[in-house]
Design a protein around this ligand. Sequence first.
Ligand SMILES: [Zn+2]
Length: 371
Amino acid sequence: MSQAAMSDLAPESFFSPDYYVARERFVTAAQAAGASLTEKRHPTATGPGGRPLWMDLAVLGPADATAVITMISGTHGPEGYCGSGVQTGLLLSGRARALADRGLKVVLLHAHNPYGFAWDTRFNEDNIDLNRNYLASFEAPLPANPNYDAIAPHAAPADRTPEGLEAAEGALLAYAAQHGFPALQAALSGGQYNHPKGVYFGGVAPSWSHLTLKSLLSGVMAGAARFGCIDMHTGLGPEGHGEIITESDPSSDHYRRLEAILPGEICSTSDGSSVSAKLSGTMDTALLGLAGDRWSAIMALEFGTVDTMSVFRASQASSWLHVHGDREGPEAGEIRRQSRAAFYVETDSWKRAIWTRGTEVFDRTAAALLA
Ligand SMILES: [Zn+2]
């Protein structure tokens, strides 16, 4: 391989500066790798400049493969820079093709939340956190989160003057001083279903992204006996570190299966070993349901970026912008920069760490599926 071609494959080159460039590069790389592509255009939401938005699915490998590996990017908007970079790298580096040639169906779902990716906000076009929107049923009663209710005005203050923000954060820190920081994290991020203008809102019905993802994935797993899935996230944990997160209890078969693939590396929200709090309405749990009786290995891969409070402030700010503010107004630029920086560390060393860990987890899951 020539020197120029080698440098083209530097891992940092897989990552893109915005959603539209990321999508273009993903689609082009998928076509070059011989993938079949399905695009799902969002029926109502648009990106900056009124441009359309898509969720894209690339599939490589035999249609009748008995094992399927899936990687999902952009569940939380700007976390898509990370996942999209790894997906594009899997295509450009030939890794996806090589696994497909060994009989595995390789499925890359790009921009689960294209609105959030395009606008640099964690939440979707309806201020929904998609990873709280996968409830098995939206019939009342929806999960209660009385601890969020107690701090709701401070969790998402409508007043974003410096005084308003200071007062709100003071109230949250007072809550943490009384109940502990993990309790504050659980109250805020666990998911809530009755403050549509709040943060980590799970919605009152399945979102377009929820329904579209389920329909695409049920299609690709039809006929398969084994299903692996890695949902790519950023924003929790030490910078560049990639934690494997499951909702499954350590006594479950699913947890033991993950443990066999990545020994000693599985963190569960069920036993407090994860950087994440216990959550309602996660995709993890919904996909386990979708997989049914299949052998399945479903996980979130969470990469650290900056400190937790900065990530929270950025999520709060971008939610406010889309709920109360003008997403193209004078305050939008700074809030978008803040949100993007919270979920995407734009250094070569971070991107290389993401690539190394992302491919390690992908390869080990693929090996288990092929075994
Ligand atoms: Zn996330």
